[in-house]
Ligand binder design. Structure first.
Ligand code: 13P
Length: 252
């Protein structure tokens, strides 16, 4: 009932010309994958070229971040109205933004509300660090992140929000969470909290992705799980063959 979503978070990688090259390399393979929503999130500077390239394709475009104001004296920032012209999705609250750029749950909350107000679909990232995981605090951390990030964020259609569960200890480390472990967190923690906030009808429609060292050769294990609706892919989304392989693995 939820269409799988395979999203590539390119992070701080690729110049504009390299981005065009990568999109051209992955487009034919991605276009052949049906029944899966395919999304790429290149850096801001490549968004308008990417939007032109993907215009007539089935591949969607997203940004990796956004400020919550629409305009004004905020040097260096990008607004929801600027993004709305170019893309459909925006990744918000990624752990790297929380860690390196001081994004609190309160800031993420403002961004989520701004994205929704401008009809951008937020991909809200949550996940515990290694210390919290080992101390058995994963559920508490995730619960706080979700509740605080979604305060006052009204959603009446579950397809307007995506959540990515990305355990920090599994990002870029090659040490992925087991499919069973990720599924358990999503089924027992993330989905019940979303259903508690929005009601089961909306909650059941929100797609929940796993992220953290997903590759073409392990993707099927995750997509075979009952509650994992796709993946937010970092490193492997920078290689055309790998990313196409992951999208193929999401096909039913
Ligand atoms: P990796 O796939 O490189 O572990 O990154 C995951 C991630 O942070 C996606 O947002």
């Amino acid at each position: 009932m939820r269409t799988p979503l395979v999203a590539g978070n390119w992070k701080l990688n690729k110049t504009e010309s390299e981005a065009i090259e990568l999109i051209n390399a992955m487009m034919p393979g991605l276009e052949k994958v049906g029944g899966v929503e395919k999304l790429i999130c290149p850096p801001f500077i490549a968004l308008s070229s990417a939007a032109r390239l993907l215009n007539a394709s089935s591949i969607k475009l997203g940004a990796q971040n956004m400020f919550y104001e629409t305009e004004g004296a905020y040097t260096g920032e990008i607004s929801p109205t600027m993004l709305k012209d170019l893309c459909e999705y925006v990744i918000l609250g990624h752990s790297e933004r929380r860690e390196y750029f001081g994004e609190s749950n309160q800031i993420v909350n403002k961004k989520i509300k701004a994205a929704l107000a401008h009809d951008l679909i937020p991909i809200l990232c949550v996940g515990e660090n290694l210390a919290d995981n080992e101390a058995g605090k994963a559920a508490d951390v995730i619960s706080t992140q979700l509740r605080a990030s979604l305060v006052g964020a009204n959603i009446f259609d579950g397809s307007k929000l995506v959540v990515a569960y990305e355990p920090i200890w599994a990002i870029g480390t090659g040490r992925s969470a087991t499919a069973e472990g990720a599924n358990r967190v999503i089924r027992n923690v993330v989905r019940p909290i979303l259903s508690g906030i929005y009601g089961a009808h909306v909650g059941n429609k929100i797609r929940i992705l796993y992220g953290g060292s997903v590759k073409a050769n392990n993707a099927k294990e995750y997509f075979g799980m009952s509650d994992i609706d796709g993946a937010l892919v970092g490193g492997a989304s920078l290689k055309a063959e790998e990313f196409v392989g992951i999208a193929e693995a999401a096909q039913k």
